[in-house]
Design a protein around this ligand. Structure first.
Ligand SMILES: [Zn+2]
Ligand SMILES: [Zn+2]
Length: 346
C-alpha cells in the first residue's frame, strides 16, 4: 500500500509498504481520509532524526473497518468511524476517569502514544488501530469526519475545560483561525452563548471566522490587546484560546484575559507567557485568571464532537488533496496557505 512517511528532518515522501498485520484486539481500517495537522509539521520540521525507520504520518483518521481481530466484539466489517488519537493503557487511574489524554503511563510531560506521531499513522491506504480507538460516525462524510478526530476534539476539550468562564453575555477570543480555530468558533457558538472575537493576521482567515459565526474579527497588529480591552469595557475576555502558540500570542492572551477568566494554550506550538503572582497593576496577570496547557481531548470529547458534526453544528472547511499530493499539502500548510484543514484522500 502507499503511505505518506516522514523519513528525516523536513523529509516527507510516498513509500510503498506492506498492509499492516493486526493482532487479536485490533482493527484494520481502510482509510477514507486523513487530516494534516500542525503537529505533523512540528514533527517533520524537528531538526534531528528521532528514529531510524520511516514513520507513517497521520493522527486525524476516518475510514471503514476492513478486518476485525479475533478477540474484538461488537464491530462489523464496513462500519464507518473515526480513530481516537491517544492509544493509552486504558486501565490507569486517569484513563478510567476519562482523562486518557493525561494517561499515567505517559509520565509527567510526554504525550501518550499517538498514531502518526509515535506509532504508524493513517496517511496510508490502511491502518492498524486498537479496536478501543474506533468511534462510529454513521453516514458522516469521511473528508468532513477526519478533522473531527483532532481539530474538533482538541478545540472542544480546551473549550469544555473553560466552561465556567463561558457564560452568555461574556466574550471569548480565538487567536489563530486555522484548522482548530475555525472549528473552535463553531463549537463556542454551539455550546456557550458567548460573543466570539476572532484574531488572525490574515484577512482571509478572519473572513473564514465570520463564515463560521464569529461576531467580530480583529486583524492582529500592535493594538490588538487595546482593541480587545476596548470591546470588553476594559475588563478583558472571559476566555482566550490561543491556537497559535507563540510568544506574541501568549503575551496577547496575558494582556487580554479577564479576572477569573480562562487562558488556554492549545496544542503543541509553544509560547512562554509571563505570569506574576504580584499585585495586578497595569497590564499584569489579573486576579483569579487560570491558565491551562490543553492537549488533545478525551474519548468522551470525541463522542461529543461526532454528535455535534452529525447534528450539522460543525462544518469543517477543508482542502482536499490526493494522498500522493501529501508533500504539497505539507508545504502549503507550512506556508500558511491552507484555508481550514488540509485533508488527504488515499
Ligand atoms: Zn493534531
Ligand atoms: Zn492510562
Amino acid at each position: 500500500m502507499r503511505a505518506l512517511q516522514w523519513t528525516g528532518p523536513e523529509k516527507v515522501q510516498i513509500n510503498d509498504i506492506p498492509v499492516p498485520d493486526i493482532g487479536p484486539t485490533d482493527l484494520l481500517v481502510k482509510v477514507g481520509a486523513a487530516g494534516v495537522c500542525h503537529s505533523d509539521l512540528t514533527l517533520v520540521n524537528f531538526p534531528i532524526q528521532l528514529r531510524e525507520d520511516p514513520l507513517t504520518l497521520g493522527h486525524e483518521i476516518a475510514g471503514s473497518i476492513e478486518a476485525i481481530g479475533s478477540d474484538v466484539n461488537g464491530r462489523e466489517i464496513g462500519e464507518r468511524g473515526v480513530v481516537y488519537l491517544f492509544w493509552t493503557c486504558g486501565v490507569c487511574r486517569e484513563c478510567v476517569s476519562g482523562n486518557e489524554n493525561v494517561c499515567l503511563a505517559a509520565g509527567r510531560v510526554a504525550m501518550p502514544p499517538c498514531p502518526g506521531l509515535t506509532i504508524e499513522g493513517g496517511m496510508s491506504e490502511y491502518v492498524r488501530i486498537p479496536a478501543s480507538a474506533f468511534v462510529p460516525i454513521g453516514d458522516l462524510d469521511f473528508i468532513q469526519a477526519a478533522p473531527v478526530a483532532d481539530a474538533a476534539l482538541t478545540a472542544y476539550h480546551a473549550i469544555r475545560g473553560a466552561r465556567e468562564a463561558l457564560r452568555p453575555g461574556g466574550t471569548a477570543v480565538a487567536i489563530g483561525i486555522g484548522g482548530l480555530g475555525h472549528v473552535a468558533v463553531q463549537i463556542l457558538n454551539a455550546i456557550s452563548g458567548v460573543r466570539v472575537i476572532a484574531v488572525d493576521h490574515v484577512p482571509e482567515k478572519l473572513a473564514l471566522a465570520a463564515d463560521c459565526g464569529a461576531d467580530l474579527g480583529i486583524l492582529s497588529g500592535d493594538d490588538t490587546a487595546e482593541q480587545i480591552l476596548y470591546l470588553t469595557g476594559g475588563r478583558g475576555a472571559d476566555a482566550v484560546f490561543d491556537f497559535v502558540g507563540a510568544d506574541a500570542t501568549a503575551k496577547l492572551a496575558c494582556e487580554t484575559v479577564a479576572p477569573n477568566g480562562a487562558y488556554r494554550m492549545v496544542g503543541i506550538g509553544g509560547g512562554a507567557p509571563e505570569i506574576t503572582a504580584g499585585p495586578a497593576g497595569g497590564p499584569g496577570w489579573p486576579w483569579g485568571a487560570t491558565v491551562r496547557k490543553s492537549l488533545g481531548g478525551t474519548r468522551a470529547d470525541l463522542h461529543a464532537c461526532v454528535a455535534l458534526a452529525q447534528a450539522g453544528k460543525l462544518h469543517m472547511e477543508v482542502e482536499r488533496f490526493d494522498l500522493a499530493e501529501g508533500p504539497e499539502a505539507f508545504r502549503r500548510l507550512d506556508a500558511g496557505q491552507i484555508r481550514g484543514r488540509a485533508v488527504l484522500v488515499p
